[in-house]
Design a protein around this ligand. Sequence first.
Ligand code: HEM
Length: 423
Amino acid sequence: MAISEQLARTIIDPHAYSRREIVDEAFRTIRAESPLDKAEMEEFEPFWVVSRHADIKEIERQPAVFHNGDKSTFITNRDGNERVKALTGGEPNLIRSLVSVDGDEHKALRSVVFPHVTPRAIKPLEEAIRGIAREFVDHMLGFGGECDFAQDVAFLYPLRVIMTVLGVPQEDEPFMLKLTQELFNNADPELNRRRAELSPEEQLKSLWETTMELENYFAAVTKRYRENPTGAINSLIANARIGDDYLNHRQLMGYYIIAATAGHDTTSNTTAGAMWALAERPQLLRQMQDNPEAINAFVEESIRWEVPVKHFMRSAVSDCEIGGQQIRAGDWLMLSYQSGNRDESVWADPFEFRMDREQNPQIAFGYGVHVCLGQHLARMEMRILWEELFKRLKSVEMSGAGERTISNFVCGPKHVPIRFAVN
Ligand code: HEM
């Protein structure tokens, strides 16, 4: 039996994600009644909804059977898919980045940056990141007792960290923030390019304009770093070669864009969501002040809790069986990280924010060959921010209602109003 149309529409509705309990409830039903089943809606190509933790892993474990790049990597309707192909000359994704390529191309591209983002490779960045964290803690405390933590800290700190690692000058940060928000929050009138409700056609048009603006910016970056190479990640990308050749235009642009956008929005969403969770559970602050080691568990639980990347799509290359269902070659599948991170068979109380979990195999970074390239950096920068902030914070609570972005892809809290006192 297919997933009911009402449930299918809920789990792709950008507005539903802005009131997360609606989506959580829909997935709770899906996991209980039809954990791996088809969603069918007239304007969409049918797709399987993969809601269980184990099935998501099983699929990600087989990259030769489930491809990223054959169809759109995020949910788009039939019209949207056709328009993207028209714009790109036949490719199913506007941006050709690591998440939209497979096989040898993916391996070659990933190996350009991978050695530079392992836990050992990023360790030397710790002091510089701590300096940035202190700066933003000072900035926050400067508000004198109340701020919007999402806007005033969480959107800005990961942006500064990633831009420093990439080699983007500070004065370009507002531009990067604006374009990232346009890219990921197209359905949200507060954050999208036109600052208005957009039809799907207008959304795609503005996505394309944003992509072109980013490409113009990065064309100059390539020129600069080929003339003067440095150790910055953007310089590695500019000078990388597959065989004898530099990366082609779409590979280069895709790389810069994914690193510059996925590199902060995800972490910002998690940081904002973590503060929201803390401000509603003020006793956790004292626990972490008494035992700073607990900050690691706080970070891990906040990643599980927030799940900033809601889904990625895959398509089957050959027939196979997953979770008792027969998948056919060409089928499209939605891996719901939101649902996988609430799976009752993995966590006894998935709807509780808990720091005392013995194990937390959260799947918000994905799994397998595409697993998040920035996972260690993201964890490290969040841990450092909390270490620096909790040393100085006496108390924190919500001072108003938090608000989430209207989006079904990469998103999280956009307003987290808090009241705080310092030691
Ligand atoms: C809490 C923060 C973050 C979360 C939750 C997150 C989540 C994800 C997810 C779900 C994927 C897809 C994994 C899969 O298909 O199995 C991914 C891929 C990726 N992420 Fe992250 N991410 C975060 C932070 C970052 C940061 C800081 C960077 C930049 C350094 C980054 C760069 C990337 C890249 C380049 C990929 C593509 C990897 C590939 O396809 O091989 N992410 N991330």
